[in-house]
Design a protein around this ligand. Structure first.
Ligand code: PRX
Length: 657
């Protein structure tokens, strides 16, 4: 095991993969001159992409950057996102095209409902109807609607219906806890919430509405809850407040004229973790966002009309927003949407899906690829993956070994890999290969896309041509976040103050090599990336200290073979609390309840005190060394050097597991 990281380093410096000639021949973008063309006039470049959309009124100014960091894109323009994603395809006679091949987790047992063919016609009909349901509940332009849903087509319908009437959706990942949901509804003053009775997970229904019911008394602004019956669990419904989706949609007026929205009107809020315990409500707007998600989806995935595209993320994350819903639908794409776990009922479920629908583009995360690696190639035997022509990766750095495995075993050595770097804040892909142009290097997201400018700053705040430092974006881009919901000052402080108000601080450390390729190294703030999901150390710490048995908690991220990073917690229990396996289990469960299962610490160590300086500051760097089992050197400056021995002893005893 110890050699693996070194092997990765070795591979990452040596291997290059030019685009296969067959791929180049059929690629929409194969001429590198596209980069120069975009760089020569970025506004004209983005305006060209915006023209591909349907506008109700044209814009008068492509970009107003006179008051950085506040950008306005396509000012004066009016459009509707749902009309762009649905109506124009239907109007062009493409209503019968499949938007989603939806596969239930229990597809084989569920009869015809287990595999639903969702056409553009159907999506438009349902979206209009549900938009009218929302209107009937008093939801209008600018109102916030919460969405807490499983991976079902109705989730996309709910988002599109909000967009149709100008309501702002706030999707909360279905795996989050009730208290995380409550916090996100509270701070965004959501007026209505769309949810389901339950979600199917590994064969069993997991209640969702029941979770919601637990927090509704604390949400006075939330007037209505619309419930999709996914699992037939017969959840409790409160007369006057709770509405049955199926009944309401069936009874609704089937016509809803799309609301003309300003290009800069908000489309959605999506909460993500920052360096404090309080999540940040990233606000995305309409015209620029749709322009860039549609453009990048088409270019990065070299999209063809007959592609069957599968982005295996959850709609609850930004990847799902931009590359399951808005980008693909704006481009009239046929996608696969799968409801459930990758290893249910068998660990070859994904390969069955690819074979069944003849998937040609697969977009997933390194953590999933590493799971498949662990499960082994034998599971691929007997599955025909020859329909695949392009593979994508997102969410965290992909280590070269996983890249090579993905390339060889999933891509059969013939599919280019696009390692796409971006963030909730950027809204759309920023750094990525173009598969018909870029020579890839496993582990590098390669180069900023045409129209995007990135740079690396060194310790003395100088931009460097080669070497390591802090990643920044130096010009505005259409899909950029416009603010943090309700916290405009925090937006500026977090992203636009370190290097001046026109340079965006990404929060990632990165290296740039002799070819200008970007290699993301990790975060520079207190954000931990577990399986591609962002969590702040403080968020997890405050969940832990809210347990009455905990006096103090410190949380760090450590490298992990499976999940990229894993959460390790150091805890000082309250007097009289027994620190043992029972307490560890209780604390993991407590974090699951407070935030969600994804935030559970992998390991928990206990000590009577945490390593602190004499002024009382917790020494996180030392905690990292302890967790790594490193030699610790001089610890005599600590307030209580003996705690280090105790913690190091536990790490050793647990074998770091
Ligand atoms: O650290 C980078 C990492 O994920 C962060 C963004 O997380 P989030 O907003 O949750 O969005 C994830 C999906 C876009 C980044 O700051 N990250 C994302 N993609 C990559 C990556 N790190 C390396 N390579 C990537 N391709």
């Amino acid at each position: 095991m110890a050699e693996e990281p070194e092997l990765d380093v070795l591979l990452s410096t040596e291997l290059t993969f030019p685009p296969p000639s067959g791929f180049v021949a059929g690629a929409g973008w194969s001429d590198p001159a596209v980069y120069e063309r975009a760089a020569a006039d970025p506004e004209a470049w983005w305006a060209g992409w915006a023209e591909e959309l349907e506008w109700i009124e044209p814009w008068h100014t492509v970009l107003d950057w006179s008051d950085p960091p506040h950008a306005k894109w396509f000012e004066g323009g009016k459009l509707n996102v749902s009309a762009n994603c649905l109506d124009r395809h239907v109007a062009a006679g493409r209503g019968g095209k499949v938007a989603f091949h939806w596969e239930a987790e229990d597809a084989d047992q569920a009869g015809p409902e287990g595999r639903r063919v969702i056409t553009y016609d159907w999506l438009l009909d349902q979206t209009q109807r549900f938009a009218n349901v929302l209107k009937g509940l008093g939801v209008g332009k600018g109102d916030v609607v919460g969405i807490f849903m499983p991976m079902i087509p109705e989730t996309a319908v709910a988002m599109l219906a909000c967009a149709r009437i100008g309501a702002v959706h706030n999707v909360v990942f279905g795996g989050f806890s009730a208290s995380s949901l409550k916090e996100r509804m509270e701070v965004s003053t959501a007026k209505a919430l769309v949810t389901a009775d339950a979600t199917l997970r590994r064969g069993a229904p997991m209640p969702m509405k029941e979770k919601v019911d637990g927090v509704l008394p604390d949400l006075p602004d939330l007037e209505h809850v619309v419930v999709v019956n996914r699992c037939g669990t017969g959840c409790a419904m409160l007369d006057g407040r709770d509405i049955d989706w199926q009944e309401a949609v069936a009874a609704a007026d089937p016509v809803c004229v799309p609301e003309p929205m300003d290009a800069e009107d908000p489309l959605y809020i999506l909460y993500t973790s920052g360096s404090t315990a309080k999540p940040k409500g990233i606000v995305h707007t309409t015209g620029g966002y749709l322009t860039q998600v549609a453009a990048t989806h088409r270019m990065v995935f070299d999209l063809k009309d007959d592609d069957v595209y599968w982005c295996a993320a959850d709609i609850g994350w930004v990847t799902g927003h931009s590359y399951i819903v808005y980008g693909p639908l704006a481009n009239g794409t046929t996608s696969v949407m799968y409801e459930g776990a990758p290893d249910y009922p068998g660990k070859d479920r994904w390969w069955q899906i690819i074979e069944r629908y003849r998937v040609s583009i697969l977009y997933t995360a390194p953590t999933v690829i590493r799971s498949f690696m662990k499960w082994g190639e034998a599971l691929l035997a007997g599955h025909d993956l020859s329909s695949l022509r392009l593979l994508g990766s997102v969410g965290e750095p992909i280590n070269p070994r996983a890249w090579l495995w993905y390339h060889e075993h999933i891509g059969g050595g013939r599919c280019p890999i696009v390692d796409t770097w971006w963030q909730t804040e950027t809204g759309a892909i920023m750094i990525s290969p173009l598969p018909g142009i870029t020579t890839t290097k496993p582990g590098s997201a390669t180069l900023p896309l045409p129209g995007i400018k990135a740079a690396i700053m060194d310790e003395s705040d100088e931009m460097i041509e080669e070497g390591g430092g802090t990643l920044v974006l130096t010009t505005p881009w259409p899909a950029m976040a416009r603010t943090l919901y309700g916290e405009p000052e925090r937006y500026i402080e977090t992203y636009w103050s370190r290097y001046g108000n026109d340079v965006y601080l990404v929060g990632d450390a990165a290296r740039i090599d002799e070819d200008g390729y970007v290699w993301i190294v990790g975060r520079i703030d207190d954000v931990i990336n577990v399986s591609g999901h962002r969590l702040s150390t403080m968020e997890v710490e405050s969940a832990l200290v809210s347990n009455e048995g905990v006096a103090e908690a410190a949380v760090i991220g450590v490298p992990d073979d499976a999940t990229g990073q894993a959460i390790v917690a150091f805890i000082t229990p309250q007097d009289g609390v027994e620190a043992g396996d029972g307490f560890t289990i209780a604390l993991r469960e407590h974090v699951a309840e407070k935030i969600g299962k994804l935030a559970r610490p992998k390991r928990i160590y206990f000590a009577d005190d945490l390593p602190k300086t004499r002024s009382g500051k917790i020494m996180r760097r030392l905690l990292r060394d302890i967790a790594d089992g490193k030699e610790l050197g001089d610890v005599s400056t600590l307030r209580d050097p003996s705690v280090v021995d105790s913690l190091a002893g536990q790490v050793k005893a647990s074998g770091g597991r």
